[in-house]
Each structure stands twice: as structure tokens, then as C-alpha cells.
Design a binder for this molecule. Structure first.
Ligand code: ATP
Ligand code: MG
Length: 411
């Protein structure tokens, strides 16, 4: 390494981009806490099997995207590519099954070795939720409505569409798989090499392929809805009726499947046409088999995760910092007093910008540059009388106020 630079696909998040990401996470946390979700922080790396066994051995993530490494003790570890597997691992290893349902949310970095492009990074941030232990469609409705309220609160309800589909239960999936395999075999020659392999190992994955040639074949593939058994249809119907009752608009997309193995019944995505090919900003679904597959007994699950950077890109670029008050001593002799006044104002909840050095002119220029709304100017003569000057930096008005009335004077 001879150049000072970041690794491809990673970004330094600062300034407005960081403010937006913080807003996304703060908004999400505030909303989901109202629904009784509590934050969990799981490790950034796990044993490799936590992901390789559970996301599906033909998924893009497992076959191409994981950052795996051997640590000094010879353990195979992986930087987490997504949140659900780690949260479910924690749910099991911490014995949380005792007190169902369990409602958890998380925010943090995820790592995938992908081709970097707009909205696609190698380190990115997800905010996500997991609801464990509820079998009924009420959970699906609540979890989707929570995602919708979140998007609405970010001011993006008009930019984003809810797409939803059902993969049904195991019986429906098996029935569909059979029809799909028959169809794909008829079109074998048109498929990409990857999809030919998928056809053997996990045919459903072909539906999620990003290759053009596969997309053409998939366009005419049998529809999932025709394979749903009665029970699965009823389940999906209840979910849609629930969304109707809440006034949440959605589009049933029969082509929607999710790229991971653990999904069943409801799957959904929130998509936008404003981010080019990386239009999915939030995605989730029900994963009734995952906890059992990981050794934790029969516990249902449903959840979603959003891409914090993708959502940030949709936010208005006008996210100013709060306007500070500039505290400006006129000379060396009031520097210490200025420091104390700034300290007191901050303790009282004001945003205060302390100018560190320079004459009054330089400090005023700096205050304006920092978009200060008012300046508190401290001269030794006024201070001897117990007074300071407040200057309104928008109107230019100024007034002398007693120091003990400073806070009222700033209102
Ligand atoms: P895509 O089809 O775009 O690859 P995905 O199905 O792999 O998405 P999920 O695993 O469902 O994505 O992750 C949930 C969300 O996380 C996505 O909808 C997206 O907003 C975000 N996300 C996923 N991968 C990346 C990435 N490499 N860079 C930035 N955001 C990402
Ligand atoms: Mg992906």
C-alpha cells in the first residue's frame, strides 16, 4: 500500500451525506420503537456457517459476495453481509425463545463483494427489523405498515411503491418448483451458465437473476399465484386486506421473489424509479423455516431491511445544520468570560459557535460563514457594567443586555 486511499466500494461518510444517513436511522428507530421493537447490536463478524448454511448455497451472497477470512486461531469467519442471520443466531444463542414474540431492530454496516456503482457499495449500512414468534398474517401487516410509516416520515411516500407477493407455504413452493423446472428445461439453451447451475440446485433462484437472457425466459415463466394452495391464498388475502384497511397502497408483483433461501409466504420490496438499476430501497419477507433450520425450534419470523445509503440519496439535499449563536470576545481580556458564557449557553441548550482567535472583523466573517443567527459580543467596558451586546446577524440590529438576562435576550 503506497497510496493514501480508501478500499474500492467503501466510502467516507461525512458532512451532509452523514447527516442524511443519521436522519434515516433516527427516523427508523423512532418509528419502530413505537411498535415495541428494541435495538440489538450483534457482532460484525460471525462464524462463516451462520451465513453460508442459512442464506442458501446458490444465493449471490454466498457464492460471490462474502468477505470470509481465517482468523489467527484458524476459525473461518465472515463479515456480515446482511442482518437477519446474525439476529436469529443471537435469538437462539441468547435463549430468547422463552418470551415470544421478540421484536428487534438493528442498524449498522454490512459487507458484500459486489461491483461498485451508484447505490451499490462493498460496505453499506442497513437498518432492519425482525419480529419473531408470530405465525399469523397480523405480523406481516404490522411489519409492512411500519416500513410504510418509516418511508412516509422521511417524506418519500410519493417516491416509493410497495410491491408484494406470496411464495406460499412449503407445499405451494414444491408445487411451483415442479412447474418452473419443467418450463426452464424447455428453455434450457437460452439460460445463462449460472442459471443452468441454479436449475439443478435451486431453480427458484433463476427468477431473481439479473442476466438479460434469464430475464427474457423468466418473463414468460409460470406464475407463482397459480401454485398457491388454499391456505396460502387465504394467508396472502388477509395480508392484502389488512393493508387495504390501513390505507397502504401496494402493487401485487407476481414476479417478485427474494434472493435468499429462507423466505416463505409474504415477500415485499419498496422500490423507486429514481435510482436507476438500484431501485430497491427496502426489502423483506416472512421466514418461517429459518429459526428451525438454525437449530432453534419452530419459531416464525418476519422482517425487513433497508439500504440507508439508497434512502439517503432520495432525501432532499437541503438538510442544514442548526444555526448557532456566535460568542465573540472583543479582546484578550474578555476571552475567559466568553468561554464561560459559551459554556453556560450550551448547557442551557443553545448551539454555540465559539470563535477561537482573530480580531472582531475576522470573527464576524467567520460567524456569518457558519450561518450564525446571532452574535453575543463581549467588550471589557460593557462587561464591567455587567452587560453584553446581542447582534442579530440577519437584521443587523443590536442591543445591550444585562448578562443575567442574556437568555431572554436571545429568544
Ligand atoms: P439487490 O437486488 O439490489 O442486489 P439485494 O436483494 O441483494 O438487493 P437485500 O439483501 O434485500 O438486497 O438487502 C436489503 C437492502 O439493502 C436492499 O434493498 C438495498 O437497499 C440495500 N443493499 C443491498 N446491497 C447493497 C449494496 N451493495 N450497497 C448498498 N445498498 C445495498
Ligand atoms: Mg444483491
Amino acid at each position: 500500500m503506497n497510496k493514501v486511499q480508501n478500499v474500492r466500494g467503501t466510502y467516507d461518510l461525512y458532512g451532509e451525506a452523514k447527516r442524511k444517513a443519521k436522519k434515516v436511522i433516527a427516523t427508523g428507530s423512532q418509528i419502530v420503537e413505537k411498535y415495541g421493537f428494541e435495538e440489538i447490536e450483534t457482532p460484525i463478524f460471525e462464524f462463516t456457517e451462520v451465513f453460508s448454511r442459512n442464506l442458501g448455497d446458490t444465493s449471490d451472497i454466498v457464492t460471490k459476495e462474502m468477505y470470509c477470512f481465517e482468523d489467527r486461531g484458524g476459525e473461518s469467519l465472515t463479515l456480515r453481509p446482511e442482518g437477519t442471520a446474525g439476529v436469529v443466531r443471537a435469538f437462539i444463542s441468547e435463549g430468547m425463545q422463552q418470551n415470544l414474540p421478540v421484536k428487534l431492530y438493528y442498524a449498522g454496516p454490512m459487507f458484500r463483494y459486489e461491483r461498485p456503482q451508484k447505490g451499490r457499495q462493498r460496505q453499506f449500512t442497513q437498518f432492519g427489523v425482525e419480529l419473531l414468534g408470530v405465525e399469523t398474517p397480523q405480523a406481516d401487516i404490522e411489519v409492512i405498515s411500519m416500513a410504510y410509516e418509516f418511508i412516509e416520515n422521511l417524506g418519500l411516500a410519493g417516491t416509493v411503491t410497495v410491491e408484494i407477493n406470496s411464495l406460499g407455504d412449503k407445499e405451494s413452493r414444491d408445487c411451483y418448483r415442479e412447474k418452473l423446472v419443467a418450463y426452464l428445461k424447455e428453455n434450457y439453451d437460452k439460460l445463462s451458465e449460472d442459471s443452468k447451475t441454479r436449475l439443478e440446485k435451486n431453480p427458484l433462484r433463476v427468477l431473481d437473476s439479473k442476466e438479460e437472457c434469464d430475464k427474457e425466459v423468466v418473463a414468460n415463466a409460470p406464475l407463482y399465484q397459480d401454485s398457491l394452495n388454499e391456505e396460502s391464498k387465504k394467508f396472502f388475502d388477509t395480508v392484502l386486506k389488512g393493508l387495504d384497511a390501513l390505507g397502504i397502497r401496494y402493487r401485487v408483483n407476481n414476479r417478485l421473489v427474494r434472493g435468499l433461501d429462507y423466505y416463505s409466504h409474504t415477500v415485499f420490496e419498496l422500490v423507486t424509479d429514481k435510482l436507476g438499476a438500484q431501485g430497491t430501497v427496502l426489502a423483506g419477507g416472512r421466514y418461517d423455516g429459518l429459526v428451525e433450520q438454525m437449530g432453534g425450534g419452530q419459531v416464525s419470523g418476519i422482517g425487513w431491511a433497508c439500504g440507508v445509503e439508497r434512502l439517503s440519496m432520495l432525501l432532499d439535499s437541503n438538510m442544514p445544520l442548526p444555526r448557532p449563536i456566535a460568542v465573540i470576545p472583543l479582546g484578550e481580556d474578555t476571552q475567559m468570560q466568553a468561554l464561560k458564557i459559551a459554556y453556560d449557553l450550551r448547557k442551557a441548550g443553545y448551539f454555540v459557535d465559539q470563535s477561537y482567535s482573530g480580531n472582531i472583523k475576522k470573527r464576524m466573517i467567520k460567524a456569518n460563514k457558519n450561518n450564525a443567527c446571532k452574535a453575543v459580543i463581549i467588550g471589557s467596558e460593557e462587561l464591567a457594567l455587567g452587560k453584553v451586546t446581542i447582534k442579530d446577524l440577519d437584521s443587523g440590529d443590536q442591543k445591550l443586555v444585562p448578562l443575567n438576562e442574556l437568555k431572554e435576550g436571545l429568544k
